[in-house]
Every structure is written in structure tokens, then in C-alpha cells.
Design a protein around this ligand. Sequence first.
Ligand SMILES: [Fe+2]
Length: 146
Amino acid sequence: MLSDNLKVLLASTQSFAIKSQNFHWNIEGSNFPQYHAFYDTLYSDVSGTIDQIAEYIRILGHYTPGSLSRYSELTIIQDQTKVPRAELMFAETLHDTNQMIELVVAMFDEATEERQQGIANFMAELQDLYGKKAWMIRSILKKERE
Ligand SMILES: [Fe+2]
């Protein structure tokens, strides 16, 4: 059901935002200023989508989950309690980003089928947002040519 998937998307977005902030605070390395700034922008871009996801659940006539325990039940994004090295942080964020893309692509199809064009449009925007972040992370992770 579209509203159930919106709940999964909401919980996953919350998890993604928390992890981005964790990495923003804890990343280390010689490119620290860029890495720190990258995760700051990632956090603010992703958390900027939360309210709209939640409101679509209400628009569809359901209550929006709003607790950490519900989010941890619903999320598809794995929690990170440690502080990985910078390269592993980026690899993990790329994996999470690809999971978000998979989810919103499936939800685009579901929203279209249910003739919820506004939600479909929003899913397309989210695909663009995460697609652009994935490109940036792949570029960060790429080894420079000698
Ligand atoms: Fe900060």
C-alpha cells in the first residue's frame, strides 16, 4: 500500500538524515573541510524532504509515525553506531543512497498506478536528489589517475 511505503520512506529518510549528521560530525581525514561540508549539505537536503513525506501520509488519510521506536522498526537503512574511516563512510552512504533510489523508483510506479500524480512527482524529485548525491559520492571514492 502506498501509505505503508510512505511510512517506510519516512523512517528511512529519518535514519539517513541521522547517519549523515553522525558522519558530518565524526568524519576525519586530510580533506576534512570538504567532507564535513558534504555531509552537512547531505543532511540538510535529506532532512528537508521529511515533512513533505509525513504530510503525504496524512493526505492519504493515515496517521504519520513520529517515534524513534517506530522508525527503527520501519527503516530500510541500517544504523551505524561506530565511527568508520572516511572511505568506508562514503561507501556506506553510497549503498544507503542506492537503497533510497530503489525505494523511490518503486514508489513512483505505485503512485502512478494509484493515480497519485503529486506523490509520483515527488518520488521523481527524490530520485533526482539521491541520484545526484550518488554521483558525487562515486566521484569522491574514485581513485585519482597517476
Ligand atoms: Fe555542523
